[in-house]
Design a protein around this ligand. Structure first.
Ligand code: BMA
Length: 909
């Protein structure tokens, strides 16, 4: 019976939908002109001026060398997009014609057939203009005049004469434009400490004309409800937002169905004319299967199809895809001091592990589904379960959230405000209010979206006087509350999403509210989430880290690969402190901070080959970054189940800064602009592993933890501790420790005086040894090993040997290449590189503990064996220099071996 109904509904939907709904797609080719009419060319919509100028050969690659400065004229120019479009001849029979713009970037005036129909000031808002009065059946013209966003922001700032809303401009190193806070546009498009300033303009999302008579469904939200954790009995709140036409009233029916489950809910409605009508329905969905985060179960998704059919036979249909899950942000008071801060999905605690997400490109039209897919796959492959869409970028494309829903990657979604004070004039608040309403409706149906944050770091900025606001604190505090609490939070709560919102990241969560929304110490580790950056102290020393409830940002910079740099530079740029390198480094003191962190543990080699030196710096910055974030992340994961004497601990989230790169530059990212994994991303795969053994030494004591994200307990499991001397492939000591561990928790399995265990192992000196830890259900050689280096590499000088790494074979099977590696000594940070061939290795940057290992390269594109071999190089920290694939002829191999031995200087030891 149910399936009959379902089929009937689908059948009707198809027939009536095609008869009644008229939508004229305006995507595609438009004409582009500058205000002085010196340029007249074409632009593909969705698209921006910059990419149109690139594809028409008017400008080159904006990312190349100094082109970000070279092409500044583009952003100071006003631009016009125009085209002709056709309206069907039956226009006379429809009452309402609307121009629906899903995204205008940003400040524009819209004309139809020469008549002004409206304007836009907010790129995050969908603009809908009634254009019935101005269109004719047949040919029409549309013209959208864009004003320079940079000039607009400056004008808005100048007009705000009462008081300053800082920062006026970001630091000069950012090489950016001023006053991004005065315009509702991607804040980082005016530049950031990892990104360029292009401030593109254009029609950045879909645009269409829609015609209807009675009503059209604009939006649908569907919120799953589970009344208790015991009986899995789902129900659904479906809200349908209908745009009604000018007929006096529209009578009809709303039919909501979940075709996969045979659920149909029908209601008769009478809609008022000329407004937005809201229709709510609540019904049981008994057969629904629960949606789970990645690693915790399946991700079943269901189509909710909503159809409005008017008495006169007009039909409007909207389908949304949803998943059934609940979210709780648990902020319980802890005995002593502080609150917990962690997430439960479907009543089950989940440690959120992952990274922060920034816009994938300065020009969104270049962000293809494949690029998004690749980034998601990289997050999944690195054992992440969460991404935070950071507040200085954009609300992402639909495909982004679709990928998250399908894969089970959880999303912490910021509202787009970051690192600034913001104005609170009436117009500004009104447009923000509409933005929140629109974006929350748009995104709340996605099961992956499990948290919202009203801004990035603005509570901290105000409390800590980052922008000189302290002399007038109460004024800025009042503005803060007006914007984030009375407007954003208020509007958010009215949407009844069932997903928690925090007023800022970092914040103290409910404690921030208690303290009047600007807490005394928004970074308090005992409450909410924290952001932690420290470029001064030694990142190998775990004592420098707080042990907060939730670490939502922390990071260190590194340089991208040489192949990434090469694609946007000339040979004269290839040194650490070249004009180009400094131009790309937007973080004040960034290069010297990386350098000083490297020097704490590594020797920086100098050769008489400046390109080799530069490549070594790239390699060392990546090692240093990977090590710092490994150590910090493991610290957070270790303390998910315990609190120390000051009540620090129960850390239940670790999202490092940042997953991806917007261009090729020194940044905090773990994957590069083209998707290539930096060493950090390979490390992330290990330090986010569901089962991990992790140790550290403080005050002469070794502490080793077992950490599990698994949903079943470990009974009688084994921790394997090994002590190695750099000069032997055989460990000096192997010890097994038995333990039990509850599901999704961490436990300290071993604590011992480090000198005691080292001497027990017969380790000659601390500098000559290191530890590895592994954990498994049973003792086995297959247990992954996690190293703990107990001395800096320059202290190990002379003890760590050149491993004379050799690639012994490369075997191709389709896009998969098996690479054999031979080593004559233990080799730290073994690094394979294939230049600009796209793909990733099964492991990289690893500690080679055996004479031979095999690594797999997964190519993301078709590549021949010869091309791969020609590009492949291998090195380690203790290699004299990177080597290429050796000829398979042994004579040659030994020749190269001895040749290396006598001709090179040992770099790192
Ligand atoms: C945090 C972020 C970003 C920034 C990063 C690195 O403050 O929120 O604004 O890019 O640090 O400085």
């Amino acid at each position: 019976m149910m399936s009959c109904l379902r089929n009937l509904f689908l059948f009707c939907t198809l027939i009536v939908y095609s008869l009644c709904e008229i939508r004229v797609d305006l995507n595609g080719e438009w004409k582009l002109e500058d205000a002085n009419e010196t340029i007249s060319t074409s632009v593909v919509v969705p698209g921006s001026v910059h990419t149109a100028l690139i594809s028409n050969g008017i400008i080159g690659d904006p990312y190349f060398r100094f082109n970000d400065l070279e092409y500044r004229w583009i952003v100071y120019t006003n631009w016009t997009f125009s085209r002709i479009f056709s309206i069907p001849s039956n226009i006379t029979s429809v009452s309402t014609v609307q121009l629906v713009c899903d995204g205008l970037d940003t400040v524009s005036t819209v004309f139809i057939n020469g008549h002004r129909v409206g304007n836009s000031v907010n790129m995050f808002l969908r603009y809908i203009y009634n254009i019935g009065k101005f269109v004719n059946p047949g040919e029409n013209t549309i013209r959208i005049e864009f004003e320079s966003p940079v000039s607009y922001a400056a004008k808005q700032a100048a007009a705000h004469s009462q008081y300053n809303v800082p920062p006026a401009c970001n630091p000069p190193e950012y090489q950016g434009f001023c006053h991004p806070n005065y315009i509702r546009k991607e804040q980082c498009s005016f530049s950031w400490d990892w990104g360029p300033a292009f401030a593109p303009v254009g029609i950045w999302r879909n645009i269409s004309v829609e015609l209807f008579q009675a009503a059209a469904i604009r939006d649908v939200t569907a919120i799953p409800i589970l009344s208790n954790s015991k009986d899995i009995n789902w129900s659904l709140n479906v809200t349908t937002y209908l745009e009604t036409g000018s007929v006096s009233k529209a009578e009809g029916e709303i039919v909501i169905s979940l075709p996969q489950l045979g659920v149909v809910n029908t209601t008769s409605v009478t809609l008022k004319s000329g407004s937005i009508s809201t229709h709510n329905a609540h019904f049981d969905v008994p057969m629904a299967e629960t949606w789970w985060p990645i690693g915790y179960g399946r991700q079943p998704l269901y189509v909710v199809s909503v159809m409005f059919s008017s008495a006169s036979g007009e039909v409007s249909v909207k389908n949304v895809t949803i998943g059934f899950r609940t979210v709780q942000l648990i902020q319980d008071a802890l005995p002593g001091k502080g609150n917990t801060f962690y997430f439960k999905i479907n009543y089950q605690y989940i440690f959120l592990k992952g990274a922060n997400w920034i816009p994938v490109d300065a020009f969104q039209e270049r962000v293809t589904k494949d690029r998004l897919k690749n980034l998601f796959q990289s997050a999944i492959d690195a054992n992440m379960n969460t991404l935070r869409v950071w507040g200085g970028g954009i609300y992402e494309k639909d495909e982004f959230y679709k990928l998250a829903d399908e894969s089970g990657i959880l999303i912490w979604q910021d509202i787009m405000f970051a690192c600034a004070m913001y104005p609170t004039g009436e117009d500004f608040l009104l447009t923000v209010d509409s933005e929140v309403e629109y974006q929350v409706r748009r995104l709340s149906k996605h099961p992956s979206v499990i948290a919202w944050g009203a801004n990035n770091e603005n509570e901290g900025a105000l409390r800590e006087n980052w922008y000189g606001t302290s002399s007038n604190f109460s004024l800025y505090k009042a503005d803060y509350i007006k914007l984030y609490i009375s407007t954003i939070r208020q509007r958010y709560l009215e949407q009844h999403t069932n997903v928690p919102i925090v007023s800022s990241s970092p914040s103290n969560g409910v404690e921030t509210e208690k303290e009047g929304w600007v807490a005394n110490n928004p970074k308090d580790p005992l409450y909410g989430d924290v952001h932690y950056y420290n470029y001064v102290d030694d990142c190998w020393n775990v004592s420098i880290y707080d042990t907060p409830r939730f670490a939502s940002e922390y990071g260190y910079q590194s340089l991208p690969s040489f192949s990434a740099i090469k694609s946007v530079s000339n040979p004269e740029d290839w040194s650490y402190n070249s004009t180009f390198s400094l131009h790309r480094q937007h973080h004040p003191k960034g290069n010297s901070q990386m350098l000083s962190m490297i020097k704490k543990h590594f020797t920086i080699p100098e050769t008489n080959d400046s390109v080799a030196d530069y490549k070594n710096m790239i390699y060392l910055t990546q090692i240093s970054q990977a090590m710092c974030i490994k150590i910090e992340t493991e610290h957070y994961r270790r303390h998910q189940s315990d609190v120390d004497k000051n009540n620090n601990g129960m850390t239940r989230g670790a999202l490092y800064w940042q997953l991806n790169d917007i261009w090729q530059a020194p940044t905090w990212a773990s994957t590069e602009y083209e998707g290539k994994w930096k060493m950090l991303h390979y490390f992330a795969k290990d330090f986010f592993a569901p089962l991990l053994a992790s140790g550290y030494i403080v005050d002469g004591h070794l502490y080793v933890y077992a950490i599990s994200d698994l949903t079943d307990p470990l009974i009688n499991a084994t921790l394997v501790v090994k002590i190695w001397s750099w000069d032997s492939f055989t460990p000096l000591l192997v010890q097994n420790y038995k333990f039990n561990l509850k599901s999704q928790s961490s436990i300290m399995v071993l604590t011992v005086t480090s000198s005691e265990i080292l001497s027990k192992a017969g380790c000659k000196s601390r500098n000559s040894c290191f530890f590895t830890f592994g954990v498994g259900r049973m003792a086995s050689n297959k247990i992954e090993t996690n190293p703990l280096y107990i001395s800096s590499f320059f202290d190990a000088k002379g003890l760590v040997q050149d491993p004379y790494l050799q690639i012994t074979k490369v075997v191709q099977e389709g896009n998969i290449f098996t690479i054999g590696i031979k080593s004559s000594a233990i080799a730290p940070f073994v690094w394979l590189d294939v230049g600009d061939i796209k793909g990733r290795f099964s492991r990289n940057g690893f500690l080679q503990l055996e004479p031979t290992v095999t690594v797999t390269f997964y190519a993301w594109e078709v590549v021949s064996l010869q091309t791969l071999e020609d590009s492949l190089t291998i090195q380690s920290l203790t290699s004299r220099k990177p080597t290429k694939v050796q000829p398979y002829n042994y004579m040659f191999m030994y020749f190269f071996y001895f040749f290396n031995l006598v001709t090179n200087v040992l770099f790192f030891t």
